[in-house]
Each structure stands twice: as structure tokens, then as C-alpha cells.
Design a protein around this ligand. Structure first.
Ligand code: GAL
Length: 820
């Protein structure tokens, strides 16, 4: 460091002036070093205590007795289901409360021109963050990502970060929310000349087949205390990190400023669900040749166009949304979802043929959007459930008035560079909203990002959204048609269609309608003159119920447990009209909460259960949405006591036809029709039921069910044999109860005990049974309809994880996973 002494003579002064002119010195007291941005995870080793403590924010508070844990962490999912827990039906009867987290951050070699920021991906809810006893800020919205500048209170050496989380007023959502620091936390270091968080926008425009224009709009901060001339150098890197374009310009700023750049990208690879090509924009800031910041943004090149009544066009081609609505929780891990688990879930829906997800009804974790970018999943990115009026007593509606602009701006700026985000949604079934409010919110977004269309779940009654979003009302017969007649140029999207219900492995042959069995008062939505409350009928599969003995709390897995329309009729509507551009099913995965009441903890809307096991609907969607040849048959073929009874056997396939065989005897071949399923009524006899799906007469794929005999053993199937010893990766172990021939026993519900030794720990057990209220962070679980799930996370050390599943009178099963 160069110091200027008071007695410096003329020669020294001249030397300093030369250095200043040549850019090697910005101040008489400090040389400028090359500096780049550093971002590290600070997920590990937090101290946690459930319950409030007035002094826990203090710098020297003694937290030695507190529990040590890693975030993401959700304390609600660690608790017990209890009918008296205040979150009630909405929160799946799990506990809420107030919790404190503390963490020491060690800062080495703190420089005058260092800036430090802490970044929270999400804290549920009402967080207050303190550094060294000083309040940095509060954020009520539990789904928003936020950050604080630590620099003013930071010192070299140990610093204490404390976070109070208040989810004590319940219910704070209409669904399970989780509680705590349930997403990642980051520490970012920059110099004092930097790009503020989410401060760069990348807009790509396809000019021709061979060229795209990339517009870069950036914000700059200068905290050096004097004007600076900054050279901004932006490079576009392809997926292999090769530079494919470069632009630079100089910007002079005082405390803050902005820059605009335009880059021509030759022969761009376009982003689409089929081919999710990604680029990175790397922006570097230099002052007098010294690097001051590097800011990287992954982005994609793609175009979106709404063509009147003709459809939604991506890169010039019409595309239909094969979508799922999802909440953010993931079964036994609650809302603290390890990235690995999230990735497995996204892969699973992608493999089904799904090309779009709706983030009901709030922002998701940043990692979610990055994964959707690279997997090729379009996102309808939803900001809020309601607006000014709370929908659950203590939800964000109580804070909306004061916070929506801040939260919405942060949300849009955070997500605007993801090519996967193709539609913004500003709300869901907002109660008694005024058209003017819709306009204000839409205009607010368009000011920040005008490149994407905006919708609203059930927001079709006001004119300011670009695409009319229909929830349940749209499931009524004639609703979409009537709306289209009135607004022929407005596209319709099923923001929440269709709702059907299913319990894995449960079958009933008579159709069930939610409103018929459980009549709800019907009011014609104000907007409609003709629409009647008419459901799309699904015929019973038999005159008398074939499976009468199953509790009514479970729902049938033949697509016949419906609210107003089944999956097949709704997809026929999508395929048969250009203006109806697709739907987001309610929901992809079962989510905790919003059940029909104790003792159910979920309502079974998902096509995949809480354990991540697909229900039959998964394969129905696959037959409608995927081009990969597939065939799926239901139900299973173990129906002791039903000998001679005609069992409806339903086949889903995307092939042209299928032939069914019982014990090698053909029961005939059927051509696929607009009914989207093939049905045989097969008198039950034990043995082997096989289906062969065909295209142009050629056998393409097949599936076989064999009648299970006596329960004999457990089988553990893991999704990997190697796991990273990084304290975050997760191995998914599916446990099946099988007979002596390895055939799953479809009604097995045995108690299973797990032992895990070595560098792995149990982070969740689950079986998908909506009525099973046993806890998740334990080493036991009952099987439900033949299966259950165990999630094991690496603890960070290398070695072999031994996992064993045992059950009385059954042969046990063991697997070894290497943690490297
Ligand atoms: C919708 C609502 C969803 C969910 C669903 C259950 O009306 O938008 O969030 O509550 O009902 O049927």
C-alpha cells in the first residue's frame, strides 16, 4: 500500500501524478487490485433453536447449547402431525412457530474496497436478519429471495449473523408452507464498483435464422466516493464456454449508473423444451485496466409470440403447454428440498412428456429455474396467490399493500433472464379484485420486463392480462367456448386444469364427482351468461362397483374421480382448438395440506404421490404428451377373491393399437380412439396379464402383470450406486414388498425398519398414504400398497453407506452406496 507522507518532495509528487495518469493508482492511499466477484454457499453449520428469545440477535449471545444443522431446513416437517396444530387442514396439521438461526462468518483480510452481501434464496416467513447485533432488515414474504449489504457492520475476523423466523400465526397459507431457512444462503463478495444484484437484463431477439441480437441493459454501482470511468466488457459464451461474441464500451458514472450494449450473435442455437440450448453472458467491469467485477448470467435465445386466436408461438412454431401446477414442498423433506431431490422430480415429469410447470402460487427457489432452463421446461412464473385480501387468515395478503411493489420488482428482476420463464402470472383466484388493480400490477411488470405475456389464474374477467387464465370455471361445459365467442382474439390457458384425484394403487369402477358427492353451492361466474354448471360425464366402468371395500377417503386411479372434467376430455379440448393453448394440471405432485380434513394430510390431486411414486395418471399423461412409445395397463393383477368377476382393464398407449392376453390367450386387439384409453372387461383368473402395443401392426412395447403370491421379501432399489460426499446429494431408495418370485404385492402394508451406517443419514421416509400420520425423520415406515420410500443424504465423508431394510417375517434387503 502506498502512503503519501506530508513531507513528500516534488519528485515523489510527480511520480504519483504519473501513476494516477497511467491508471495504476486511484487514490493516494490505496492501489487498485484486480478483483472479481466471489460467491460461496454458507449453508453448513448453522445454530438453531425453536422458540423465541429476545436476546438471540445480540452479537455475543451464547448459542453453544443450540442444535447445529445445515440449511435448507424446515422445522415443520420435523414435527408431528397433530389435529390441534394451528396450521390445521391448510398446513397439514404440522407445527409452526418462531425459530432462531445463528451463524458465525469469518472474514479474513477485509479490505477497504470490499463489499459483502448475504443472500437468502427464501425464508418462511417474516424474517429479521441481524449482523453483529444490528438489524439489517425484515421480509414478510416467505417465498421471496432477498439480500442485505453486510459491509457497514462487518469486521475482520468473526461476525455473528442471526435470523429470526416468525411463522407463528397460522395458517399463513392455504397449503403447507414449511418454516425456517428452507432454501440456500450465500455470501457474495465484490469490490466497491460492481453490478448490483439482478442488475443486468439480457434480451435476445431473433433477427433471422442466422443471427440474433442480444441487448444487455445493466446497472452499475460505484461506492469509491468519486466519479469513475468504467470499461464494460461483455462476452457471450456457448455451452462449452467458448467465446462466440464480444462487445465493450466505456461508461462514466458517479454513485450509480447504467450501460447498454448490443451484441450480434451469429448462428444462434435456439432454446426450446426439445433443445434447451443455453449461453452465458459474462460481463466484466474494468477501471484503468483493473478488473473490478465479473457478473455471469446464463441465458437463452428464443422468441415468444401470441398470435391472436391462433396460438402461442415459440421460435415461430405453435406450441401447446403440457403443464403441471405444483407447490414447492417435496413429500418427506417438506419445503427444505435438496437440489438433488428437486432435480429428480423435474426429470421425472420431463420423462412423462410434461413441457411446462406453474409455480403455484408463489416464487420458487432460484435453482428451480436454472434446472428448468437446462432441462427444457417452460415456466409460468407466479408471484402471488391473492392480493390485498388475505385468503388464509395470516397469509401474505396482510402485507401485500406495503410490500407488493418491492417483492414483485425483486421477483421479476431475479427471474427475467431465464429462457424457461415464458409467462408471468400475477395471481391466483384473487378475491374480489378490481380491474384497475390488475392494470396497475400488469403495468408495473411491463415496466421491468415487457418481453413476456402476463396471465392470472382465474383472472379472465378483467381485460389487462395478455392470456386469459382459467382455473376451475373453465372446467364447466361450454365455458371456454363462450369466452372465446366474446373475445375471439384472446388466447386461453388452463392455469389450473384439470383437477382429478387419485390414490396410488386404489381402484373403483364407478365414477365419482366431487360436487355430486359433496354438493357445493354453485354460482354462475359473473362474466358468463350461458355457462352452466355441467360436468363432462365419464361413464362408469361397471354397473356394480367391482372394488366396494376401499375407504372413501382414497380416490380411484381409473381416470374417474373428477371435479368437473377428466384428463382425457380436457386434453381433447386442447388439441381441438388453437385458442386453448394448453393446461396446467392441478397438480403434478401431491402436496401437503389442503386436505378434506383430519386425518388426511393431503388431498391426492397429484399424479405422483408424496413419496414420488407415479400413480396411473402419470402414464395417462405420458400417453398423451410423450412421443416415446409407451404402454401402461391398470389395475394390477392380484385380486384374490374376485375370481370370475369382470375387472375393467384399461390401457394407455401412444401407439395405434394394443392387444391384451390373459395367460397367453388373446383377448383381442383394439384401436386407439378419441377416448384416449382402451378398455377390456376381463373375468379375473390369477396368472399373467400382458399387453402388447402396436404401430402399423408391428409390436412396439409391452407390459406384463403377474398375480402376486404370499409376501416373502423386501427389495430395495436405489436410483444411484455412487453419491457425492458433499453433504447435500441424496440417494432415493424405493422399497417394495415382493413374493418369492419378486412380484410386488400390491396391498402390502408391512412395517419396515431401516438401518443406515457409514457416511449417510436419513432425511425422510414416506409412503404416499394420505392417512399415514407417522413422522418423516425416523428410521421406520409402513409400506402403502406395496411400497415405501427412504431418502438418504451424504454426510460429507467418503466411504460406503450400508442401507438395510427389514420387516418381521420377510427377507431383508441391503444395498451399498459409495460416497466419493
Ligand atoms: C383452486 C385453487 C388451488 C387449490 C385448488 C384445489 O381453486 O386455486 O390453489 O386450492 O382449488 O381444488
Amino acid at each position: 500500500m502506498i502512503q503519501v507522507k506530508n513531507n513528500c518532495n516534488i519528485r515523489i509528487l510527480i511520480y504519483i501524478i504519473i501513476l494516477l495518469i497511467s491508471g495504476q493508482l486511484v487514490s493516494c492511499s490505496q492501489t487498485v487490485q484486480n478483483k472479481t466477484r466471489e460467491r460461496v454457499s454458507i449453508d453448513f453449520n448453522w445454530k438453531f433453536q425453536l422458540g423465541d428469545n429476545q436476546k438471540a440477535f445480540e452479537e455475543n449471545f451464547d448459542d453453544t447449547s443450540w442444535r447445529v444443522l445445515d440449511v435448507p431446513h424446515d422445522w415443520s416437517i420435523e414435527g408431528n402431525y397433530d389435529a390441534n396444530n394451528p396450521a390445521g387442514i391448510s398446513g397439514a396439521f404440522l407445527p409452526v412457530g418462531i425459530g432462531w438461526y445463528r451463524k458465525n462468518i469469518e472474514i479474513k483480510n477485509l479490505q477497504d474496497d470490499d463489499k459483502y452481501f448475504v443472500e437468502f434464496d427464501g425464508v418462511y416467513m417474516n424474517s429479521e436478519v441481524y449482523l453483529n447485533g444490528q438489524l439489517l432488515g425484515k421480509r414478510p414474504y416467505g417465498y421471496i429471495s432477498f439480500s442485505y449489504d453486510l459491509t457497514p457492520y462487518l469486521k475482520e475476523g468473526e461476525n455473528s449473523l442471526a435470523v429470526r423466523v416468525d411463522n407463528s400465526e397460522a395458517p399463513s397459507g392455504r397449503w403447507y408452507t414449511g418454516s425456517g431457512i428452507y432454501r440456500h444462503v450465500w455470501l457474495t463478495k465484490t469490490s466497491n464498483v460492481y453490478v448490483p444484484r439482478w442488475g443486468i437484463e439480457v434480451i435476445s431477439t431473433i433477427v433471422s435464422k442466422n443471427s440474433a441480437t442480444i441487448k444487455v441493459k445493466g446497472e452499475l454501482k460505484n461506492e469509491t466516493g468519486k466519479p469513475q470511468k468504467i470499461e464494460v466488457v461483455s462476452r457471450v459464451l456457448d455451452a462449452l464456454s467458448n467465446e462466440v461474441a464480444l462487445v465493450k464500451n466505456d461508461v462514466s458514472i458517479d454513485d450509480e449508473g447504467s450501460f447498454n450494449q448490443e451484441i450480434e450473435l451469429k448462428n444462434p442455437r435456439l432454446w426450446s423444451p426439445e433443445n434447451p440450448a443455453m449461453y452465458t453472458l459474462e460481463t466484466k467491469l474494468f477501471i484503468n485496466g483493473k478488473l473490478r467485477d465479473t457478473y455471469n448470467i446464463p441465458f437463452g435465445v428464443r422468441s415468444i409470440e401470441l398470435k391472436g386466436s391462433k396460438g402461442f408461438y415459440l421460435n415461430g412454431k405453435s406450441i401447446k403447454f403440457k403443464g403441471l401446477s405444483n407447490h414447492h414442498d417435496a413429500g418427506p423433506v417438506g419445503s427444505a428440498v435438496p437440489d438433488d431431490v428437486l432435480y429428480q422430480r423435474l426429470k421425472m415429469v420431463k420423462n412423462m412428456g410434461c413441457n411446462a410447470l406453474r409455480t403455484t402460487h408463489n416464487p420458487f427457489s432460484p435453482e428451480f429455474y436454472t434446472m428448468c432452463d437446462t432441462l427444457g421446461i417452460m415456466v409460468m412464473d407466479e408471484a402471488f396467490d391473492g392480493w390485498f385480501k388475505a385468503k388464509a387468515e395470516h397469509d401474505y395478503g396482510n402485507y401485500f399493500k406495503d410490500w407488493w411493489q418491492r417483492d414483485l420488482a425483486d421477483f421479476i428482476k431475479r427471474d427475467r433472464n431465464h429462457p424457461s420463464v415464458v409467462i408471468w402470472s400475477i395471481g391466483n383466484e384473487v378475491r374480489n379484485f378490481q380491474s384497475e388493480d390488475q392494470k396497475i400490477i400488469v403495468d408495473f411488470i411491463k415496466d421491468i420486463d415487457s418481453t413476456r405475456p402476463i396471465t392470472q389464474g382465474s383472472g379472465y374477467s378483467a381485460p389487462y392480462i395478455d392470456i386469459a387464465g382459467f382455473n376451475g370455471h373453465g372446467e364447466n361445459k361450454g365455458a371456454l367456448e363462450e369466452y372465446h365467442e366474446e373475445y375471439p382474439n384472446k388466447l386461453i390457458i388452463g392455469t389450473e386444469m384439470t383437477h382429478t384425484l387419485q390414490t396410488r394403487g386404489v381402484y373403483r369402477t364407478k365414477t365419482w364427482y366431487r360436487t355430486k358427492d359433496n354438493p357445493a353451492p354453485w354460482e354462475k361466474p359473473a362474466h358468463f351468461k350461458k355457462m352452466e354448471h355441467k360436468v363432462y360425464k365419464i361413464s362408469d366402468l361397471s354397473n356394480n362397483e367391482v372394488f366396494p371395500d376401499i375407504t372413501r377417503k382414497y380416490q380411484s386411479s381409473y381416470d374417474n374421480s373428477i371435479v368437473r372434467i377428466g384428463v382425457r376430455d380436457d386434453w381433447n379440448r386442447v388439441e381441438n382448438s388453437d385458442y386453448y393453448i394448453g393446461n396446467f394440471r392441478w397438480t403434478g405432485f401431491d402436496y401437503l395440506g389442503e386436505s378434506f380434513g383430519w386425518p388426511a394430510r393431503t388431498a391426492n390431486f397429484g399424479i405422483i404421490d408424496l413419496a414420488g411414486f407415479p400413480k396411473d395418471h402419470y402414464y395417462l399423461y405420458q400417453s398423451l404428451w410423450s412421443d416415446e412409445p409407451m404402454v401402461h395397463m391398470l389395475p394390477h393383477w392380484t385380486h384374490k377373491g374376485k375370481e370370475g368377476v369382470k375387472i375393467p382393464v384399461v390401457v394407455y398407449t401412444n401407439c395405434d393399437s394394443a392387444e391384451l392376453f390373459l395367460n397367453k390367450v388373446s383377448l383381442g386387439e383394439k384401436e386407439m380412439t378419441a377416448e384416449r384409453q382402451l378398455v377390456w372387461h376381463v373375468p379375473y383368473e390369477k396368472g399373467e396379464l400382458k399387453v402388447i402395443a402396436k404401430k402399423s401392426g408391428k409390436n412396439i412395447c409391452e407390459q406384463t402383470y403377474t398375480t402376486a403370491e404370499k409376501k416373502h421379501a423386501l427389495v430395495l432399489n436405489s436410483n444411484k450406486v455412487n453419491i457425492k460426499a458433499n453433504r447435500t446429494d441424496v440417494v432415493r431408495l424405493e422399497v417394495s414388498v415382493v413374493d418369492a418370485n419378486n412380484i410386488m404385492v400390491p396391498d402390502a402394508n408391512n412395517d419396515i425398519l431401516f438401518s443406515v451406517t457409514g457416511p449417510g443419514k436419513i432425511i425422510g421416509v414416506e409412503n404416499g398414504n394420505i392417512l399415514d400420520l407417522s413422522p418423516h425423520k425416523v428410521n421406520y415406515r409402513k409400506a402403502f400398497n406395496g411400497k415405501c420410500l427412504l431418502l438418504v443424504q451424504s454426510t460429507g465423508s467418503k466411504g460406503v453407506i450400508h442401507i438395510k431394510a427389514t420387516s418381521n417375517n420377510l427377507k431383508s434387503s441391503e444395498v451399498k452406496i459409495s460416497a466419493n
